[in-house]
Design a protein around this ligand. Sequence first.
Ligand code: NAP
Ligand code: G4F
Length: 363
Amino acid sequence: MINSQKVLVTGITGQDGANMCEYLLRIPGYKIYGMVRRSSNPNFKNCEAFINNDRFQLVYGDLTDSTSLDNLVREIQPDYFINFAANSFVGCSWDMPQQVFNTNALGVINCLEAIKKFQPECRFYSAGSSEEFGDVDYFPQDMKHPIKPRSPYGAAKAAARHIVKVYRESYEMYAVHGILFNHEGTKRGEEFVTRKITKGVARIYHAIKNKKSFESIKLGNLNAKRDWSDSEDFVEGVWLMLNQDKPRDFVLASGQTHTIADFVNCAFAHAGIKGEWIEAGEDVHGQYVPIPQSAKFIHKETNKPLVEIDPKFFRPAEVNLLLGDPTEAITKLGWKPKIPFDKLVKKMVAWDINEAEKKADST
Ligand code: NAP
Ligand code: G4F
């Protein structure tokens, strides 16, 4: 391969890292080094499309081990370093705040230091989050919105944002920290609410189809609002952020927001399962009435609960409303989200129904 550029991507067993590898391998001229950490039980399910590609090479490292990052940057001499690795689950960040800070904040310093020492021309992407906005002051949120995190996860990402700015300004590095709102897809981890719902819908779909009993899906706060997009759209936006004349942070978002209850409604509708909320209260004069903890989403045909609320899934502090403003990414990067909410939910439900079918066939 002549004159190929080298891209080091972390977090490739996760959603965004895997989608980024697939995206870059569709463009000729890049060699991808995908970093994984050592695991006693490796899971390369998200990497099936590229793990054997000639332009892809697996490398070992850990964000919390600066030696491993130094060695990788010194040996590979990457042109781009895209850091998607993190403990990305907000819900568990109260249980392990130090591990989250070590990985999501100090880990970013380890990346920046490795680049500064061994390949200062390398362009760096840091995976920032709308969780940094937290207890929001206004909507839609843009880059000017104050940083007001509500979780150890959000605080660690906010620290990463500051440190990226400091390195960019101190050492003239091309380092950016994209503020990405929620993005999902068929590679999404199963503990996140969207995938938990679509996997649950698929399980119930097959139970109903085979006239078997089923357990309801247990969820927490159904009133929180999120700005959901497709991860496959976002990796393109990340790549555009890395290829500007000057480094600058951008928001990637859809510009629309939905409650978790809306996601539930949409997911069951796409599976052809008719449900209704009971004890949920009615919208009065178009005003949203929050769903109380006693509410249930029941199957219209059998009256059996499809979704119930379990207080164990509530968080010590909640980010109630996320709604991003992607205007700058659209006008300055030329980026555009292609997959709207309804199509995203449909795609995830169809995928999980098919996966559940394959599993049933093989047992
Ligand atoms: P994900 O699916 O949870 O993937 C996280 C990846 O990080 C996994 O490959 C994981 O590897 C790896 N990892 C965790 N700790 C590591 C460590 N110490 N060293 C090396 N690798 C480590 O997350 P995602 O949804 O793709 O998100 C990608 C990034 O964007 C994350 O930084 C996340 O915080 C951020 N983000 C995500 C969203 C979203 O809505 N998806 C929105 C804003 C920001 P294992 O397989 O070994 O666990
Ligand atoms: O799907 P979630 O766990 O995602 P959350 O907390 O918004 O974080 C995701 O997006 C961030 C960007 O805004 C990323 F930085 C982060 O890495 C991650 O990808 O929860 C979404 C909402 C929350 O309000 C939560 O309280 O759903 C609510 N929820 C209600 N029931 C639930 C559940 N969340 C989960 N995970 N599980 C539930 O049973």
